[in-house]
Design a protein around this ligand. Structure first.
Ligand SMILES: [Zn+2]
Length: 409
């Protein structure tokens, strides 16, 4: 199983599937469609049923039940694309057998080193087989590890018909990294009772909590007058914008928060004396606090409008996605099964909240409860990305266990 898993993974990561957040097509890049076609053929070759690739690039397939009684239909989902903002072209994976500890030279020419000094978690992986980059690209473990694990688990179930399982649906999605992964995902066609994205990192991760997320554009209108003649006439939108930002809690920012702590994040600003815009994202796991954050942004605008004149400041809020926990909590069995499956492969489930969103969050609100399970890939979205082969194997075994457990209950 390990060999099949590694071979699949090494093959997948060498195929460029970067998504592009400036693209107007769906999927955002043609390369993803090429990869989808390859996965389609692989599903067919495995003997899966209902194998399909739609115009948007979604690949779906079914492993039929091998039991005579009714069971829930479980889905496993992973995304095909890699991040747009770090190269995923010409990925040259390195397999490092029996990691001895200490610095790993990824690229002798450029001197890029994967070091436990910078990433102390490496100290836990001495003796493990790692797969790293050559220091010039991402690895693409996010999320090709998930795809390789799902297909290897499915192949194992096909080759071991003595293992009872219900109907299993698998889905591979494009454009997750640009936040559009489930824009055209057909939940009805997928037709599972619940599903899991295999898109976490650290071994043991089982996540059902993500941020509630919104964006805010705050615009400021000024009045331009010659500076020498400005007293009592000029209204400087730049300084009013600075004042607005200074009224937000200074310690509730991404760089000073962790765990369940939410934030306001000013990520873009542009302005002239007459017009300034501040762009924020707002994040909080707690729905009440999330709503309070949005209300705060509006009330600060009111406060400054009283000072500088009405319509000086305008706030436009837009919700992006919500914490799936409120949905998952209504389906306790979905988490209980995953918890048990992870324990059955000898791993302690870890419940760190996701400080971001997942495709599963939006799927959960679209009627498909969908927590997130680990892949065994680390340091996502950059040249220091690597995977631990044993952890990938544990993810694969977790998928097999889950398939069994769903048929038992
Ligand atoms: Zn991912």
């Amino acid at each position: 199983m390990q060999e099949k898993l590694i071979n699949r993974f090494l093959k997948y990561v060498q195929i460029d599937t970067m998504s592009d957040d400036t693209s107007t097509t769906f999927p955002s890049t043609k390369t993803q469609l090429e990869f989808a076609k390859m996965l389609l053929e692989e599903c067919k070759a495995l003997g899966l049923e209902d194998v399909s690739l739609d115009e948007y690039g979604y690949v779906m397939a079914t492993l039929p039940s091998n039991v005579t009684y009714d069971t829930d239909i479980v889905g496993f989902i992973a995304h095909m694309d890699t991040v747009p903002d770090y190269s995923g072209k010409n990925v040259k994976p390195h397999v490092v057998k029996d990691y001895k500890g200490g610095d790993l030279i990824l690229n002798a020419q450029t001197g890029v080193t994967l070091s436990p000094g910078q990433f102390p978690i490496l100290n836990d992986f001495i003796g493990e087989t790692l797969i790293t980059t050559d220091g010039t690209t991402v690895l693409g473990g996010d999320d090709k590890a998930g795809i390789a694990e799902i297909l290897t688990a499915i192949e194992y179930l096909i080759n071991h018909p003595e293992i009872p399982h219900g109907t299993i649906r698998i889905g591979f999605t494009p454009d997750e990294e640009i936040g559009k992964g489930v824009d055209y995902f057909n939940v009805k066609k997928f037709n599972a009772h619940f599903a899991y994205t295999i898109d976490g990192g650290l071994v043991g991760e089982l996540q059902c909590e993500n941020f509630n997320a919104a964006s805010a554009t705050v615009s400021f209108e000024g009045i331009s007058v010659h500076p020498g003649d400005a007293k009592g006439k000029m209204k400087n939108s730049l300084t009013i914008a600075c004042e607005y930002q200074s009224l937000l809690p200074a310690d509730e920012v991404p760089e000073l928060t962790e765990g369940h702590e939410g934030f306001y994040h000013l990520h873009d600003m542009k302005g002239t004396l007459e017009h300034t815009e501040l762009h924020y994202i707002i994040r909080d796991h707690d729905k009440t606090k999330f709503e309070a954050r949005k209300a705060m942004m509006l009330s600060l605008a009111d406060q400054l409008n009283q000072k500088y004149g009405k319509d000086t400041i305008q706030v436009t809020l837009k919700d992006s996605y919500f914490n799936m926990k409120e949905i998952i909590d209504q389906h306790p069995r979905v988490m209980a099964l995953a918890e048990k499956a992870i324990q059955n492969v000898g791993v302690t489930p870890l419940h760190e909240p996701i400080r971001g969103g997942t495709d599963g969050a939006r799927l959960s609100f679209n009627g498909l409860p969908c927590p997130n399970i680990f892949t065994g890939a680390y340091n996502y979205h950059g040249k220091y990305e690597f995977t631990v082969v044993n952890h990938m194997l544990l993810a694969t075994k977790t998928i097999i266990e889950l398939s069994k457990l769903v048929a038992q209950a």
